[in-house]
Design a protein around this ligand. Structure first.
Ligand SMILES: [Zn+2]
Ligand SMILES: [Zn+2]
Ligand SMILES: [Zn+2]
Length: 219
């Protein structure tokens, strides 16, 4: 598994950030004009693998449903599983119709996608923030750079994860050539993707249109 410090990109200016500097940095982009739209700055992390993280802002008039839709697009959707936001040690459910404006600053919610082979996220409602008016409910501000997974045989960048071997092989990652040499078809392996759901269920990341592209900055 990747052990280096988790780096990411600011989607507003393209700067490379670390997870710890990301919050302070994205807040430097707050507009000062009176026309600004009130938002909540939200940090999203995988509950177990801290290499996967996002910062977004969400309009205060939006609901948790918008956040659920966004999370499915960028990280989670494989076959339409159920999902849930919850709070506290007893996992009290917080409904999708809950308005962002009614969620207090500083609160941390749990989020679970797929109650079978689940992906669990930790969602921190960091603080109120401002942005230029826009229709989009959830705007991506920063995202981790994909961990550098390597083929366990030849050391080239990994393209596939052998899901059968996920739990009992030290390195279940393969490049296409080594996967084929092992006698396995790529149809039975899952692609390496920048998501905490990599290798789970049938997750292929086909709805993730948020890959960092320096040419799209400021557009
Ligand atoms: Zn920036
Ligand atoms: Zn699935
Ligand atoms: Zn290889």
């Amino acid at each position: 598994m990747a052990k280096t410090v988790s780096k990411g990109h600011c989607y507003l200016c393209g700067k490379e950030l670390t997870k710890t500097t990301a919050k302070r940095h994205v807040l430097t982009h707050e507009p000062e004009d009176d026309e600004a739209q009130e938002c909540m700055l939200v940090k999203i992390e995988d509950k177990y693998d801290k290499n996967y993280w996002l910062y977004v802002d969400i309009s205060l008039t939006a609901t948790l449903k918008s956040l659920d839709t966004f999370l499915r697009e960028i990280w989670l959707e494989c076959c339409g599983h159920l999902s849930e936001f919850s709070y506290g040690p007893y996992h009290e459910e917080i409904g999708f119709t809950r308005k962002i404006s009614s969620i207090p600053e500083g609160i941390v919610l749990d989020y679970e996608y797929d109650f079978g082979t689940s992906t669990d996220l930790k969602i921190t409602f960091v603080e109120y923030t401002l942005r230029r008016k826009q229709k989009k409910a959830v705007r991506l501000l920063a995202r981790n750079i994909a961990p550098d997974y390597r083929c366990g045989v030849c050391g080239k960048p990994a393209e596939y994860i052998d899901t059968e071997a996920y739990y009992d092989e030290e390195n279940p990652f393969y490049c296409l050539d080594c996967l084929k040499a092992k006698g396995e078809d790529e149809e039975f392996a899952l692609p390496v993707v920048n998501s905490p759901r990599m290798g789970v269920c049938g997750y292929c990341g086909e709805f993730d249109t948020y890959e960092f592209d320096p040419d799209k900055i400021g557009k």
